[in-house]
Ligand binder design. Sequence first.
Ligand SMILES: C[S@@+](CC[C@H](N)C(=O)[O-])C[C@H]1O[C@@H](n2cnc3c(N)ncnc32)[C@H](O)[C@@H]1O
Ligand code: SF4
Length: 441
Amino acid sequence: MEKDNQIYQQYAYSYPHKLAYRELVKPLSLQEVWGHQNRDNLFAYLHIPYCEMRCGFCNLFTISNPKEGVNQYLAALKIEAQTYKYQFPDLQFEAYAIGGGTPTYLHADQLADMLETFRDVLGVNTNKQYGSIESSPKSISKEKIELIEEYGINRVSIGVQSWIEEETKHLGRPQQPQEAAKAVQSLVESKIPELNIDLIYGIKGQTEQSWLYSLLETIQYQPTEIYLYPLYTRPLTGLEKMNALQASKSVEMTSEIDNRLARYRFAREFLLSNDYEQVSMRCFRRLDAPIIESDYVSTRDGMIGIGAGARSYTNTFHYSSHYAVGRKATKSIIHGYSLKNDEDFNQVHYGIHLDKEEQVRRYFIKSLIDGGVLNMQKFNKQFGRSIFDYSIINDLFDKKWLKKDGEIVRLTVKGMELEDQIGPSLFSTTVNDLMSKFQLA
Ligand SMILES: C[S@@+](CC[C@H](N)C(=O)[O-])C[C@H]1O[C@@H](n2cnc3c(N)ncnc32)[C@H](O)[C@@H]1O
Ligand code: SF4
């Protein structure tokens, strides 16, 4: 029987993690990186590293309320997009996401400018291809919703985290439930077809009743998707600092039991009996929500990321700007990004090469974690081997964490609740070593 702290190791939504990226011995040009990669069916990602506040739990690459530099950053996004388009006029995108930070932190005119860059410079047909944008209750407005509708973005995701003010305060994210309700209601009333609401469990002071209250409030709006996140306290975040301060002052901490697994099971039962189906450990989807297909396949196709915090990848190489969590270091990376010209954007300095073993591990992670499925025939075709040649996969079958249905392999119900343990168990020793040696600033 797994204990909660054994289960909640890491959310493996991508592989290798940015902590495993390093300075390249010799920079590469975009032609060297992308020249041999299939450039159809790409995923486009655009990163806005700004927020109206720095939440206590969050270690994403972002800063709150920058006093200056936002327009300069948006101008640099345009130069980066132009550089890709100039080098590869044939780029074809199948899907896209605009993330952060909080893209809706931008003023409406800045948001319009950014969307124009994405569509008219990079060539992402936002009205035709499937796309998603992140938002927060404080930053969304009628004007911005109209822009999202105009550009045909299919899905908006909004972080509510909890419908109880005291709990968001404990998360280091001061938020009025009324404000969140108003924001969610305006999204429900919009023409945007898909709405996702994020909630967090395992918050200090959260009880089964208060968790139920947050779930009940959420399904009132009938969002097409609900993401449930177990709380992680990560290095250099406000929550970690707060915990350390309390420990150093020997403040008597209420000995809260780690109840994330119990909360997860409770929420799962609740959503399954309220017309939601489970897609992954975190994702639940309304049963009658229309399924929008996209031809992008994350285990086969590349991704072009625009922006300081964005990662990009081909089948054999992943890269990005540097990564940081602290305000000073993050600000300096964003500033450096904003000063780049087209020649700079044509040079890649920082990333990781994926040999065959790493490609296979990534394939397993991307197929099994976060709601994917592993098609044995397709794996065979891509790598010329059977998945049963790999002990890491046989182990998961032995433990009954994987099941097979014809050619399709997926996590069992038990496997799904252990996603944050199974994901990291598929990391290589090399990647684990690199991650553990990363000097986080
Ligand atoms: C890109 S972020 C949030 C989007 C938006 N900026 C907001 O805050 O509303 C995506 C989600 O990841 C979750 N998340 C981030 N860090 C987390 C942590 N340390 N523990 C649990 N959930 C976390 C939160 O639910 C958050 O809404
Ligand atoms: S949770 Fe959202 S609003 Fe808060 S710091 Fe992270 S990205 Fe920004």
